[in-house]
Structures are given as C-alpha cells and as structure tokens.
Design a protein around this ligand. Structure first.
Ligand code: DQA
Length: 169
C-alpha cells in the first residue's frame, strides 16, 4: 500500500510563512513525521512538493503509471521527491494532497485526480472557511474521500492514519 503526499505552492515555506496562520512546523517536520507514522501503519510513503501546477499534474499521472519516466530532477529543481526510485508503473493506492492556492483555481489538478481515478484526501493546515471568501471554494472537495482543514500539521497525520486504518485498497 503506497501513499503519495503532495504539497503545492508555498508549502515549502511552512514554518516561516505567516506563522500566525500556519504555525511554526516546517514541511520537513511534516514529511518526517509522516514517514514515521506511515512506517508504523505498514504503508509506503512518497512525498512531493512543487510550486508548479503542471509538475503536480505530471506527478499525479506518474502515480497512476500513465506518464513516461521524466528525467531525474536536478538538485536545483523546485520539484523534489524524497524517495529514490519512483518511476512509471510505481502506482500509488491513494493521494494526500494539500494543493495550496491551486485548491481554489485549478481545474487541471481536479481533472488529473479524476482522470487517474486515484482516491485522495484533501488537507489544509488552516481552516480555510474562517478566512477570505475566495478560500471557501475548492475545486477538489466534492470528489475527495475526505477533506481536513484547520487541524494544523496534525491534519496530515489524521489523513494518513485514516487511509492506513480504514481504507480498503
Ligand atoms: C492552504 C490554504 C490555501 O488557501 C492557501 O492558499 C495555502 C495553504 C492551507 O494549508 O491552509 O497555500 O492550503
């Protein structure tokens, strides 16, 4: 059982970005904690962060085995995977995604998730419904297995634990 954790734009700034909204936990902390939890749940976890919509769409395609292996990202590339050896055919069972601002804009990410048919949980660190009106609509929520917002970094753990304990893959 293989889970892909995707974080979208600006989430690489977690920890320093608007700490009154997003707290002081870094993305690295979140990914480390997720790896530890995944291991204890018997899940394989791959993490990916990108500030680029197309890179996120490509990664979703790859997770379904639909995309030819892209060249390895150079160390300076904005897109990173933390697990070596991920390639086409290395399919994932479910995706946990925090699409950042693309939540509110991206029909393309919605279509990639629907087109691959991979079940996904949508996570937001902040309670988007307590914020600006433009954050109240998500292009993903009506198709998500579950939506978690406002739990801070714990939202990622909650998503992982739910998938590990309750999803039948
Ligand atoms: C976010 C909420 C989005 O509205 C915002 O654009 C983000 C982060 C969250 O995790 O709370 O970048 O997805």
């Amino acid at each position: 059982r293989h889970i892909l954790l995707i974080n979208g734009p600006n989430l690489n700034l977690l920890g320093t970005r608007e700490p009154q909204i997003y707290g002081s936990t870094t993305l690295h902390d979140i990914e480390q904690a997720s790896h530890t939890l995944a291991f204890s749940l018997g899940l394989r976890l791959t993490t990916f962060q990108s500030n680029h919509e197309g890179a996120i769409i490509d990664r979703i395609h790859q997770a379904a085995g639909f995309f030819p292996s892209p060249p390895s990202p150079s160390p300076s590339s904005a897109a990173t995977t933390t697990e070596a050896g991920v390639g086409p055919g290395d399919k994932v069972s479910a995706i946990i995604i925090n699409p950042g601002a693309y939540t509110h804009t991206s029909i393309g990410i919605r279509d990639a998730l629907l087109g691959t048919g991979i079940p996904f949980v949508e996570v937001h660190v902040s309670n988007v419904h307590a914020r600006e009106a433009f954050r109240h609509h998500s292009y993903l929520s009506d198709k998500a297995v579950a939506v978690i917002c406002g739990l801070g970094p714990f939202g990622y753990s909650a998503a992982l634990e739910f998938l590990g304990r309750h999803m039948k893959f």
